[in-house]
Ligand binder design. Structure first.
Ligand SMILES: Cc1cc2nc3c(=O)[nH]c(=O)nc-3n(C[C@H](O)[C@H](O)[C@H](O)COP(=O)(O)OP(=O)(O)OC[C@H]3O[C@@H](n4cnc5c(N)ncnc54)[C@H](O)[C@@H]3O)c2cc1C
Length: 265
C-alpha cells in the first residue's frame, strides 16, 4: 500500500502540473488500483476530480474521452458501443470485474503504458491521439514510443470513422492478466494489426498490416500475414508464458481475428 503525506484537489490543470513537477515524489492519482499494489511514499497526491475530466463525448471529427473516465464508463457507453464494432467495450470486459472497472481510469491506464494493457491494444488499432498537459497532442503510437516524462494525460481523441475492429485475447483464467492480446482493424482497404502483452507494450505489426492491405484476402494470404507478424514483432517470456508460446498463440489469434473482422457488419 502507498502512503500519502498530503492530498490536493487542484482547480486547474496548470496548478496540478506545477504541483506534480515541484517535487519528485508528488504523484497524480487515478483510481489508485495500481498504486495500491506498490509501496510508494507519495509527498503530495494530486487528485483530479475537480477538473471535469470524466466524460465521453462526440465532437465533429472525434470521440473525446477525459482522463478520469473509468473503464466501466467505457464499457457501458452507448456511443462507444456503436463505433468500431464496439471494440473498446469488448476490450475492457475481461479486466478483473465490474467493481474494479468502476474505479480504474483511462488516463492512468494509457499514461502508464502497461505491457499487458487490453485497452491500449484496442486504442492503438483505432486512429487514436492523446493529449498531455505539457507534451501536447500526438498520436498514441508516437506517445507509446516516447521515453517517460512527468506529465498529466488529459484527454484521448479517437477519430470517428467507419473502422471495423475486433479485439481478442488469451488468458489462463478470465480475470488474470492476458498472456497475449490483439486487435485487428480495417478501414476500407487499410488494415492494422496490433499485438500487446508480448509481454511488452502493444505495437502495430507494420509489415503484416501492409501486406494484408495490399493483397487479395484468401487463406494463403492470411497464413502469410500471421507468419509475417510473428517474425517482425518481439516476444518475451514471463511467468505466464514463454516467447515461443506467445508466438504460437499470436499466429492463431491473428488468423481468427482477421476472419472476424471480415464478417463484421
Ligand atoms: C490487480 C490488477 C490487475 C489488472 N489486470 C489488468 C488486465 O487484465 N488488463 C488490463 O488491461 N489492465 C489491467 N490492470 C490495469 C488497470 O486496468 C489500470 O490500467 C491500472 O490499474 C491503472 O489505473 P488506475 O486508475 O488504478 O491508476 P492508478 O493506480 O491511480 O495510477 C497508475 C499510475 O498512473 C499515474 N496517473 C494516473 N492518472 C494519470 C494521468 N491522468 N496522467 C498521468 N499519470 C497518471 C499515477 O501517478 C500512477 O503512476 C490491472 C490492474 C491491477 C491492479
Amino acid at each position: 500500500m502507498f502512503t500519502v503525506i498530503d492530498l490536493v484537489q487542484p482547480q486547474t490543470l496548470e496548478e496540478a502540473y506545477n504541483i506534480l513537477v515541484s517535487r519528485k515524489n508528488n504523484t497524480v492519482l487515478g483510481g489508485c488500483a495500481f498504486l495500491k499494489m506498490g509501496s510508494k511514499r507519495i509527498g503530495t497526491a494530486i487528485e483530479l476530480s475537480k477538473l471535469d475530466l470524466n466524460y465521453i463525448k462526440e465532437t465533429e471529427g472525434y470521440i473525446e474521452v477525459g482522463a478520469s473516465t473509468t473503464l466501466r464508463d467505457i464499457e457501458t457507453s452507448s456511443l462507444l458501443k456503436n463505433y468500431f464494432s464496439g471494440v473498446l467495450v469488448r476490450a475492457v470486459g475481461d479486466i478483473i470485474g465490474i467493481q474494479f472497472r468502476n474505479v480504474v481510469n483511462i488516463g492512468a491506464t494509457v499514461f502508464s503504458k502497461y505491457g499487458f494493457s487490453d485497452v491500449i491494444t484496442a486504442l492503438l488499432a483505432l486512429d487514436t491521439e492523446v493529449e498531455l498537459y505539457k507534451g501536447g497532442r500526438m498520436s498514441l503510437e508516437e506517445f507509446l514510443q516516447r521515453p517517460y516524462e512527468r506529465d498529466i494525460l488529459t484527454r484521448i481523441f479517437i477519430k470517428k470513422n467507419a473502422r471495423k475492429a475486433v479485439y481478442n485475447c488469451f488468458r489462463n483464467s478470465s480475470t488474470d492478466y492476458p498472456i497475449l492480446n490483439l486487435t485487428v482493424s480495417k478501414l476500407e482497404n487499410q488494415w492494422k494489426i496490433v499485438v500487446g502483452a508480448r509481454p511488452a507494450t502493444a505495437r502495430i505489426a507494420l509489415e503484416a498490416s501492409e501486406l494484408i492491405s495490399k493483397g487479395q484476402l484468401n487463406e494463403a494470404l492470411i497464413e502469410e500475414v500471421a507468419q509475417k507478424a510473428v517474425e517482425e514483432l518481439n516476444f518475451g517470456s514471463n511467468m505466464r508464458g514463454s516467447a515461443e508460446y506467445r508466438r504460437a498463440i499470436c499466429k492463431v489469434l491473428i488468423k481468427r481475428t482477421l476472419m472476424e473482422v471480415v464478417s463484421c457488419k
